[in-house]
Design a protein around this ligand. Structure first.
Ligand code: EPS
Length: 377
């Protein structure tokens, strides 16, 4: 079984990720991981912290000479600014915050978290609700992408909409290098999207948008129609909806096909068993069907506004406006990388579940045999 857990506060000492169940012999290097972290960190619309945050990596366990050993992989990513926050987040007893955050931001975890954990201060809630946590997920995403690459599968996330401005289409695998240079510049429409971010910044507002993730090279049969929790589309939806601020997921052309008849919705099957179109987004009956897997996710605008919305002050019970924290204007380009990591992770889990194997060579042989069986029949 492949699984991962993260720990860490946004301004704490650092983030910790444990990835358990990776086959031995898989490439895993600090440089490779640093590349994934850098892709997530950059992107038009991010705030000042991203210019100072360096994502310092320390590999603690599970890797020897650049390869997984089969033991749990543990990685620490240190927060560059932890020193400044030492008193505010001190684990030792007796400390106290400089000021309580008592005016929760609408749309944020602040208020439900304060209610649930019975705290009069939003700080402990927002520290963990922060999308900083998605840096820790890059460790799992990087491992997953290495595993998938060894199996001939590539996954690419790209921005397709910022506010009301759209890109002409999702980026292809071949365009990944361009995306790495700058996530918003990868496709036509990028200039308009960047201008929308500039306008939101000038208005002291925030913007959401839509990103797409495309996975190529996935054979038919990942996931299963036989049980609700094995359906690949359900697993992809859960993975993407777990990203902070993601509120909607679409597989293929789901929302467009919902408006038309069945004859315009389904992908006709050619004699070689390929589809003549891909409106299903590569998933039918909870299983991959051999076409590229295409998933989109809608991210709401960030809830930390420099022009704050109305809220309650939980200390006084009176009306107020939400507190302000340093934040980003738009994090959709970063979320497109996180989405890529979560889709890669979901597919890696499905591969390991279906094919098992304690070494990557075992998994490769089993996948190759399966692909050969599909080609034969
Ligand atoms: C975040 C607010 C900002 C972002 C942060 C997520 O952090 P800060 O308040 O420290 O400036 O920079 O994102 C990251 C640190 C990251 O690595 O993505 C938030 O409130 O979610």
């Amino acid at each position: 079984m492949l699984r991962f857990l993260t720990a860490g506060e946004s301004h704490g000492v650092g983030l910790v990720t444990i990835v358990d169940g990776l086959p031995a012999g898989l490439r895993f290097t600090a440089d490779g991981l640093a590349g994934e972290l850098a892709r997530r960190r950059q992107g038009y619309g991010r705030g000042p912290r991203m210019r100072i945050e360096r994502d310092e990596i320390e590999i603690i366990a599970g890797i020897r000479f650049g390869l997984t050993t089969g033991a749990p992989v543990a990685v620490v990513i240190r927060n560059t600014e932890a020193e400044r926050w030492k008193d505010e987040l001190d684990p030792a007893p007796g400390g106290r915050p400089k000021r309580l955050l008592t005016t929760p931001r609408p749309g944020h975890a602040d208020l439900p978290g304060m209610q649930k954990y019975d705290t009069g201060d939003a700080r402990p809630i927002l520290e963990r609700a922060s999308a900083r946590e998605t840096a820790a997920r890059a460790v799992a995403g990087y491992a997953a992408e290495e595993l998938l690459a060894a199996l001939g599968v590539s996954v690419v996330g790209s921005v397709v909409q910022i506010g009301g401005e759209t890109a002409s289409r999702a980026a292809t695998v071949a365009e990944r290098e361009l995306i790495e240079a700058s996530p918003t510049r990868s496709v036509d429409g990028a200039e308009a999207m960047m201008m929308a971010i500039d306008r939101a910044k000038a208005d002291r507002d925030t913007l959401g948008g839509i990103f797409a993730v495309v996975a190529e090279g996935v054979p038919a049969g990942l996931g299963s129609h036989t049980q609700w929790d094995r359906r690949l589309d359900g697993l992809l939806g859960r993975a993407l909806l777990s990203i902070p601020a993601v509120k909607g997921v679409e597989i293929g052309d789901a929302f467009a096909t919902a408006a038309g008849p069945g004859s315009a919705a389904h992908d006709e099957i050619d004699t070689d068993r390929r589809r003549l179109s891909n409106r299903a987004g590569g998933v039918e009956g909870g299983m991959s069907n051999g076409e590229p897997i295409v998933v989109k996710a809608a991210m709401k605008p960030l809830s930390t506004l420099m022009r704050p919305l109305r809220t309650v002050d939980v200390a006084t019970g009176g009306a107020d406006v939400a507190f302000r924290e340093r934040s980003d204007v738009c994090a959709v380009p970063a979320a497109s990388v996180v989405g890529e990591h979560m889709v890669a992770w979901t597919l890696a889990v499905a591969f390991v579940e279906m094919f098992g194997g304690d070494t990557i060579t075992d998994v490769q042989e089993r996948v190759a045999a399966y692909r050969a069986r599909l080609d034969e029949r």
